[in-house]
Design a protein around this ligand. Structure first.
Ligand code: ADP
Ligand code: MG
Ligand code: ZN
Length: 496
């Protein structure tokens, strides 16, 4: 990486930032966009294919109605208009993972258009104007074998068409002005909003790390006081919230250095490197280069107003409103809620755990603490941990009932995650319950007193604080499984 970068604050002093976001979302429909093949992830290469998604001559596509419904629900959630009539278009280009040599997309007639949403950053609200939501299809997947795994220098390349034809939504914003130095954070907040929205709509898992949702992040600078848009760069396929923020920050600083030195920004696509910088991709083609034309093999889509009204009535509670409602119901402080919002997937799990009988505080403590840590370590999403909301509620009930301490509960989690059974079964099988049996505790206390005559004497002399040391030793001797309150009681009984 050899790019000159301008100090971020200096860029902000000299230039205004304009961003534009193109977000692709893979839909969770059962079948592909134009054929009956499954959209299931994985499977042997090219096992989820048919003549349509392989682009064989003479095959005819048919529009997936569920995908159209999803597109309309997404558009409505973004406050967009729904077209009375729209068509698909062929976007012509050659790429080995696109066997038809064109992508079926929408061009000047998107299904939804002109909406917008507000997102919040540091307590301030920013408007994101949405230009369009359109339907298209995903491409297959190339694997370049040999060399560095890139097409350049590879020995040969393999193509897997399982993903070809999976329904893809593209959501494009108008240029976003006036976010100042917050531009990268606003972009991140918008992506986070979209992710929550897709999940609430149940139209996509919107897992950025799996490529279900990815962002092309456009940005340009213009000298303060100017009203003419500068030349933008487009960083392609950024696939995490953190990277969206980082890639924009980097491009802003890189463009600042170029303009500051009197140079011109090249309009091009760029690639984000997880090491923290962008590199040049191809110089940007113009729409004319794609030779768009209306798709002759597909009928136009003309959603009736009754259907649109039905879809509107089916929309879930808006995620921001839901968060605010749950924060109130759960009695969380803003700080606690930020913890919940910052832990992906936690809000749904906490809701389910509360429904299963736990208090909101306990549910938050487990999901945003110990369990979030475990998920992080295993590098899996929180909801894929092998423990259910019901089991977490059961675990907490065991703590509340005195069967487990928090420390023992963490060992029970080990067992549940290792698929040894429910919390109750793990307590049983691993013998983890707190011991409150007087006989067993009394014997352990006697041993500890005998081994620490000086400490015992202090307690007899009235130095009650010294009991802590003995309690600690009893706990240790009993592997943390003693009931601490009971131990204290027994020690005091024996030494006073
Ligand atoms: P393409 O498909 O060629 O990338 P689009 O017209 O779809 O082009 O626009 C890409 C995105 O870039 C849109 O979100 C748009 O609002 C945004 N955009 C356009 N011009 C600028 C600019 N000068 N600076 C920042 N963003 C821009
Ligand atoms: Mg683009
Ligand atoms: Zn198919």
């Amino acid at each position: 990486m050899t790019d000159e970068l301008m100090d971020y604050d200096e860029v902000m002093a000299r230039y205004d930032v304009v961003i534009g976001l193109e977000v692709h979302v893979e839909l969770d429909t059962a079948s592909k966009m134009w054929c009956g093949c499954t959209t299931a992830f994985g499977g042997d290469p090219n096992s989820h294919t048919c003549p349509v998604c392989l682009g064989l001559p003479g095959s005819l596509p048919v529009v997936n109605g569920e995908a159209v419904a999803s597109a309309i629900r997404i558009g409505l959630s973004l406050g967009c208009e729904v077209a009375e009539w729209c068509r698909f278009a062929r976007k012509n280009y050659f790429y080995p993972d696109m066997p038809k040599d064109y992508q079926l997309s929408q061009y000047d007639e998107p299904i939804c258009f002109e909406g917008g949403v507000d997102v919040e950053v540091d307590g301030q609200s920013y408007h994101i104007p949405v230009e369009r939501v359109h339907m298209e299809e995903d491409a297959g997947k190339n694997t370049h074998v040999g060399g560095l795994g890139r097409i350049q220098g590879a020995d040969h390349s393999l193509v897997d068409y399982n993903r070809a034809g999976v329904p893809l939504m593209e959501i494009v914003t108008h240029p976003i002005w006036g976010t100042g130095g917050k531009a990268p954070q606003v972009a991140r907040a918008y992506m986070s909003f979209l992710r929550d929205m897709m999940r609430a709509l149940k139209v996509s898992q919107a897992r950025m790390e799996r490529g279900n949702m990815r962002c092309d992040a456009n940005v340009s600078l213009m000298p303060k006081g100017s009203s003419e848009l500068g030349t933008r760069t487009e960083t392609k396929n950024v696939n995490s919230l953190r990277s969206v923020e980082a890639a924009l920050t980097y491009e802003i600083r890189r463009q600042g250095a170029i303009l500051g030195a009197g140079g011109r920004v090249r309009q091009e696509t760029r690639m984000w490197n997880e090491a923290g910088y962008t590199t040049a991709g191809r110089s940007k083609e113009q729409a004319e280069d794609y030779r768009y034309f209306p798709e002759p093999d597909l009928v136009p889509v003309a959603p009736s107003r009754e259907w649109v009204a039905e879809l509107r009535a089916s929309l879930p509670e808006e995620p921001g409103r839901r968060r605010a409602r749950l924060q109130g119901e759960w009695g969380f402080t803003d700080l606690e809620m930020r913890d919940v919002n910052g832990t992906e997937g936690a809000i749904d799990l906490i809701e389910a755990t509360v429904a299963a009988g736990a208090t909101s505080g306990a549910a938050r403590k487990w999901w945003c603490g110990e369990l979030a840590r475990r998920a992080n370590e295993a590098e899996i999403p929180l909801e894929e941990l092998a423990i259910t909301a019901h089991q977490v509620a059961e675990l907490q009930a065991l703590v509340d009932g005195g069967t487990l301490t928090d420390k023992l509960a963490r060992q029970v989690i080990d067992g549940v995650l290792a698929k040894e059974g429910t919390p109750g079964e793990v307590v049983e099988a691993r013998g983890l319950a707190v011991v409150s049996d007087d006989g067993a505790l009394g014997a352990a206390v006697d041993q500890v007193i005998a081994a620490n005559p000086d400490v015992a004497q202090k307690i007899r002399d009235g130095k009650v604080q010294a009991a802590g040391a003995l309690i600690g030793q009893v706990m240790k001797a009993m592997k943390g499984q003693a009931d601490a309150a009971k131990v204290r009681e027994i020690i005091m009984g024996k030494l006073s």
